[in-house]
Ligand binder design. Structure first.
Ligand SMILES: Nc1nc2c(ncn2[C@@H]2O[C@H](COP(=O)(O)OP(=O)(O)OP(=O)(O)O)[C@@H](O)[C@H]2O)c(=O)[nH]1
Length: 309
């Protein structure tokens, strides 16, 4: 005899944690395709990118938030507001801490903020377990438990996972799904993300444009995709998508950094981004990039809106 089947569950989850905790990588591993942008450097995830995990008995919509950080500019403040709003709206929060680093002030700062969001169930996720031995992992699991106890957070689960080593990734999905409310699917099957394609394309270009020059242009670069149109008159089996995008920087002096000697760097950025966009969209792409100066865009609310913040 079959046991009564469990109810269908659906809802939203977000991963929080300090920069480099492995949130984007875990999101990608769960969703099974590259929707958020990962990198070795902190704070690459600017936009709220959702990935959707479809399972027979549940649908988990992952909302990827930027890292909470000490705001120094209007953009910083906006990002932090966005993070808190997201936290209050989701059905479950996954607090990510890397296994290979001792809990520090950054983790505590975030956990303290998390403790304020009372109603939402919270799951602690110890990431990058492939980087440590079992003794170190056990210590980290205990430390996370203790941090929760100190701050009055009762973790619904504490889950060790390696997104890179593909260990326990499915368990994370399962345990998060269990904490969702009963409901119907929120998105049609097969949807990986509801983030407009243009935003993902812009992220890929931004990522390529920042590669190697992050120290010089930490937060001064934004990308807006102006247009994505299929080239007319192409045979059906050889389509081409024309993409026009603007790369905004804050000062004239930064132009040379982005463009490089005789335009060599921008050309490389274009090639790198184009390959990634083609992989993402599954179609050949012609990518046209322009570098423009938008003075002090980080401090100007009007510019921020134009640039999608
Ligand atoms: N070895 C190992 N490395 C990982 C794992 N998960 C993430 N990483 C690496 O850790 C770094 C940071 O990962 P991200 O997923 O970009 O981290 P994040 O928390 O999204 O970072 P921000 O976007 O800066 O907030 C990258 O270099 C990843 O390749 C893992 O399971 N194992």
């Amino acid at each position: 005899m079959n046991a009564p089947s469990s109810p269908y569950r659906s809802g939203f989850a977000c991963f929080v944690g300090r920069p480099n905790a492995g949130k984007s990588t875990l999101t990608n591993a769960l969703v099974g395709t590259k929707v958020a942008i990962t990198s070795d450097r902190p704070q690459t995830t600017r936009h709220t990118v959702r990935g959707i995990v479809h399972r027979p008995d549940s649908q988990l919509v992952l909302v990827d938030t930027p890292g909470l950080h000490k705001p120094r500019t209007l953009l910083g403040e906006r990002l932090n507001d966005l993070v808190r709003t997201t936290w209050a709206e989701v059905d479950v929060i996954g607090f990510c801490v890397p296994a290979d680093q001792k809990l520090g002030p950054g983790d505590k700062f975030i956990a303290k903020e998390l403790a304020e969001i009372r109603k939402t169930p919270k799951v602690a996720i110890v990431t990058k377990t492939d980087l440590v031995d079992s003794k170190r992992l056990a210590e980290q699991l205990i430390a996370v438990h203790q941090l929760g106890a100190e701050l009055g957070i009762e973790w619904a689960e504490i889950i060790p996972v390696s997104a890179v080593g593909d260990q326990q990734v499915q368990l994370v999905a399962e345990l998060l799904a269990k904490l969702l409310p009963e409901g119907v699917p929120l998105y049609p099957d097969g949807d990986l993300t509801d983030e407009p394609e243009q935003t993902m394309v812009a992220e890929l270009i931004r990522e390529a444009a920042l590669e190697g020059v992050r120290d010089e242009l930490p937060h001064s670069l934004a990308v807006v995709v102006e247009e994505m149109i299929p080239r007319e008159g192409r045979p059906a089996d050889r389509p081409l998508l024309d993409i026009h995008a603007n790369v905004y920087i804050e000062r004239q002096s930064q132009k040379a950094i982005v463009i490089g000697a005789k335009g060599a760097r921008l050309k490389h950025v274009g090639t790198t981004a184009r390959k990634q966009i083609e992989a993402l969209l599954g179609t050949p792409v012609y990518l046209d990039l322009h570098v423009k100066v938008a003075k002090d865009w980080q401090r100007d609310p009007k510019q921020l809106r134009k640039l999608g913040f």
